[in-house]
Design a protein around this ligand. Structure first.
Ligand SMILES: [Zn+2]
Length: 320
């Protein structure tokens, strides 16, 4: 009797890992490139940082060769880990399709810098680049509160304000698109740094909060955390107004894209549960939820320092 096993193997052997060290666990690579500093990290597939390195350079005076040197020093962390890919979170203007940093204010050497080509030459693994603010949503999508979702929004609060949207699995990043800080929320509002008036940024950043607290007699340079702790009537009013102002921008985003979930990063964490629920209540009150998921607001527990690196690692996972 012929054994049932066919001499032709229809199921191929599993393809071995394309790495020098086949038994090493799979890892992700991430690089953050900002004026004056390059950080690199090796992360597990679930986003735990295993190893990291950092190199500084002189932002204003560096030549492209100096950037190469700093990049090589930071990228030394990848040796021996063989990550499946590297995601670069870059400041400034970025051309992801070409793998270039187009322009970074105050860093002439990064003008047209071919960061993916340089890193590929150093490591031999696939490299992608995106603007760092846009990557926060991918960090959340793979490792944070947005895990497993195909549509949601990630929000930076504090000194920097902005929204990144994952829509049906893709980061909304049209050429020339911005982060929402300059959406007009008040036609006759205060002048903004952009030259416009009444931008979201003029009423929903730390700068506004400090000015409002000072005007209310709550002292100079008061933080959101201090106001929440203080908990008297003027402090409560200021905190509530700040939450409402933040919600203004989110209401607009919900109206247009119905992301359903908003993950807040940065200063919002200082605001605690009351601040979070004020924003969520306003969002729910202002947006008809018929046909859409009822909007929710969560506050990220991630260490903000690693937000860009998690985003870079998420960029790798998104393209595997
Ligand atoms: Zn503006």
């Amino acid at each position: 009797m012929v054994p049932e096993r066919s001499p032709l193997r229809l199921v191929p052997d599993p393809v071995p890992e394309p790495t020098a060290a086949p038994r090493a666990p799979r890892t992700l690579g991430a690089v953050e490139l900002v004026p004056g500093r390059v950080r690199a990290a090796v992360l597990t597939m679930s986003g735990t940082v295993l190893d990291r390195a950092e190199a500084a350079y002189d932002a204003a005076g560096a030549t492209p060769a100096d950037i190469d040197t700093a990049l090589a020093r930071a990228a030394a962390v990848f040796a021996g880990h063989a990550p499946v890919g590297i995601g670069v979170a870059a400041a400034g203007l970025v051309d992801p399709a070409a793998g270039l940093i187009t322009e970074v204010n105050d860093v002439p050497a990064l003008h047209g810098y071919p960061v993916t080509e340089r890193l590929y030459a150093l490591t031999g693994v696939p490299v992608r680049v995106e603007h760092r603010a846009r990557l926060q949503v991918l960090g959340d999508r793979w490792f944070g509160a947005g895990r497993g979702r195909r549509t949601f929004a990630s929000v930076s609060t504090g000194e920097v304000l902005g929204v990144g949207i994952l829509y049906d699995g893709d980061v909304l990043a049209p050429p020339g698109g911005r982060s929402g800080a300059h959406m007009t929320v008040s036609a006759s509002g205060d002048p903004c740094t952009c030259g416009g008036r009444g931008c979201w940024k003029t009423v929903a950043t730390t700068r506004w909060l400090r000015a409002r607290a000072r005007a209310a007699g709550l002292g100079p340079d008061v933080s959101l955390g201090a106001l929440v702790e203080r908990d008297d009537a003027p402090a409560r009013r200021t905190v509530a107004e700040y939450a409402e102002n933040l919600a203004l921008g989110l209401v607009n985003v919900q109206q247009l894209f119905a992301p359903g979930l908003f993950v807040l990063h940065g200063e919002a964490r200082e605001g605690g549960e009351r601040f979070r629920s004020l924003i969520e209540e306003r969002l729910r009150a202002d947006v008809a939820s018929a046909g859409a998921e009822r909007p929710r607001v969560l506050v990220s527990s991630a260490t903000e320092d690693d937000g860009a690196l998690l985003g870079g690692a998420g960029l790798v996972l998104s393209h595997l």
